[in-house]
Ligand binder design. Sequence first.
Ligand code: ATP
Ligand code: MG
Length: 459
Amino acid sequence: MKSNLPSFVIDIIQKFQKANLEIYIVGGAVRDLLTKREVKDWDLTTNATPEKILELFPHAFYDNKFGTVGIPLTQEPKNPIAKQPIIEVTTFRSEEAYSDRRHPDKVIWGKTLAEDLTRRDFTINSIALSPITHNSEPITIIDPFHGQKDLKNKIIRAVGNPQERFSEDSLRMMRAVRIAAELGFTIEEKTFQAIKNNVPLIHKISAERIRDELFKLLASSFPYEGVVMLRTTGLMAEILPEVEKGFGVPQKSPGRHHVVDVGTHLLYSLRYCPSKDSLVRLAALLHDVGKPQTFRKDSKTELITFYNHEVVGGHIVKTIADRLKLSNKDKDKLFLLVRWHLFTVDERQTDSAIKRFIRNVGPENLLDILAVRTGDRLGGGATETSWRLDLFKKRLIEVQKQPFSIKDLKINGNDVMRELKIPSGPQVGKILNQLFAEVDSGALKNTKEELMKSVKELI
Ligand code: ATP
Ligand code: MG
């Protein structure tokens, strides 16, 4: 394999090598290089201790929670939170007992690369590239667990005994599914069974880490396949039991278009949601999560209804957002997308009704709620678009040109006071509100001239 590495990586590697230290590229970077994807972040491993690495790179920082040294590409700022490309270097580790299923009881530095690769999670993540002494020199691939073969066959396989590997660190279960979704891989049978057997251990992992893996899965190239894997492994029932509850809840009523159950519809909605944003995709996956609780079947007509499911769903997604420790901003948006997903698309709707909808959802979320609607429609077997939806989209744009509140009127309180020779006070607000109501209903044009004429008539 020819080296085709960016110069900043080569520089760092050479610095290690000049100091007579071992250094290898590992992890996701190798996966990306071997599958010819763009490398997102660079993971390196070395026999140097963190202290030694910090001596070589004084501007690096040490995160002792994960035993990782981050080397920023620029000298400034010396801030691990700053968004800039970072190279993460870990010292060789050896295997040690895991008690809390996340962190080794104590980190024992390993002596060899072989030892370090053994404690890594999957065969495709246990490949090392070495050594690069010059840009044009060939790279050696160290691949003791035949990760390249699994990469070729698109398989996620645990290193060593899968049962043990998942029970010592249950985050690996989420990582298996997430990486499979990113790469479009399948999980090897024994590895898959071991996840199934260890699923309840997922609760040993912090909500933040589960959330991060879930969001990476949703942002991946195969979010639908990923969510299906969450379900078949049993992880879905643990981390999103509200979605799991939808399976087996029928929706098929005489004369209605829904044919699949609620759970399947949610998965399909995610599959067809055109947005690439993980939060919008999550909203598509959750939009009907209020249905199991609101399911009613009329014994005579056999008609199935889910009255108020969007309100119930709104409450449910708030509890999900809290449980998964979403930011307040994400929680609010998820709520809005679920709470208002049932918006009416009808040409007989008044402009005021459309404005109310825009106010409820927020103008900044319109495209996203339309993406949820597209997923919902296609996931329910309808065609991509209808003339009604197209017309509605046009009206959303048109209506937004109209005033939304008295602040958008072309005259203000001062104009009213001057014209009517009245002092400031509640009467001014009342007049403006009255004018706004007329503009809102379409009876009055929002121009200074028309509004002033109207004010005069009020005397
Ligand atoms: P990405 O960077 O896309 O999240 P990655 O596989 O590089 O994927 P990192 O968290 O950067 O993930 O970890 C780098 C490498 O460290 C992994 O490829 C793997 O070899 C090892 N690793 C990470 N997490 C674990 C874990 N929980 N158990 C064992 N090895 C792990
Ligand atoms: Mg990585």
